[in-house]
Design a protein around this ligand. Structure first.
Ligand code: 13P
Length: 250
């Protein structure tokens, strides 16, 4: 019922020379029965849009401001990102929450701005290692989820990415039991808040050291509709096997 989604977050990696990898990823998957989203740095969006115009790859940005325009030096608004070809934007990544002190209230405002600009918001949630060790994971996720997701969320304009902070870029992956517990919890909360129509249609991604070697077992977990991949999305050689594993999952 939910279309699977393989998303790559290039973070602060890539210059125009890297666009060849984006093209290689697109060319490796010409006829996909799932959605493929690449989120390069904003500097590459316009060129990537031109380069990938004849492919089914969707482009996304990694952050947006919560306002549409104004005196915000260095920031980019959701309408600006849509203007250069973005169809989606990641908001609330833990690296933004930590490095830029972004609160869930701000993340909600950004997601709302994305919706208003016609972009799909990929809203990220996740607990720290200390929070997990204190057995606070579900409380943290519940709070981030209820505050970060705006009332305008639908299955078309919103994706939730569960990314345990301790698994990002560390080579540590959450166990399938840990992933399943959190994804089932998020699904139940979404159904409770939005009803089963919208609640069952919002896609849930797992992120945190997803690699070719562990992708298949992660995609077999119920309520995992795809992945938000960092390091392994930078090259076609790493990302393609993950995309294939998602396609092969039932
Ligand atoms: P890694 O796949 O490099 O662990 O990054 C995950 C992530 O933060 C994606 O947004």
């Amino acid at each position: 019922m939910r279309r699977k989604l393989a998303a790559g977050n290039w973070k602060m990696n890539g210059t125009r020379a890297s666009l060849g990898e984006a093209r290689a990823i697109a060319d490796a998957h010409p006829d996909l029965a799932l959605d493929l989203l690449l989120c390069p740095p904003a500097t590459l969006l316009s060129a990537a849009h031109d380069l990938l115009a004849d492919t089914s790859v969707l482009l996304g940005a990694q952050d947006c401001h919560c306002e549409n325009s104004g005196a915000h030096t260095g920031d980019l608004s959701a309408p600006m990102l849509a203007d250069v070809g973005a169809r989606a934007v990641i908001v609330g990544h833990s690296e933004r929450r930590e490095n830029h002190e972004e609160t869930s209230e701000l993340v909600r405002a950004k997601a709302r701005a994305a919706h208003d600009a016609g972009l799909m918001a990929v809203i990220c949630l996740g607990e720290s290692l200390a929070q997990r060790e204190a057995a606070n994971t579900l409380d943290i996720i519940a709070g981030q989820l209820s505050t970060s997701v705006p009332d305008t969320a639908t299955g078309e304009n919103t994706v939730i990415a569960y990314e345990p902070i301790w698994a990002i870029g560390t080579g540590l992956t959450a166990s399938t039991a840990q992933i399943g517990e959190v994804h089932d919890f998020i699904r139940a909360r979404l159904e409770r808040r939005f009803g089963s129509g919208v609640g069952l249609s919002i896609r849930l991604l797992y992120g945190g050291s997803v690699k070719p070697a562990n992708a298949a077992e992660i995609f077999a977990v119920p309520n995992v509709d795809g992945a938000l991949v960092g390091g392994a999305s930078l090259t076609q050689a790493d990302f393609s096997p993950i995309v294939q594993a998602l396609e092969a999952s039932s």
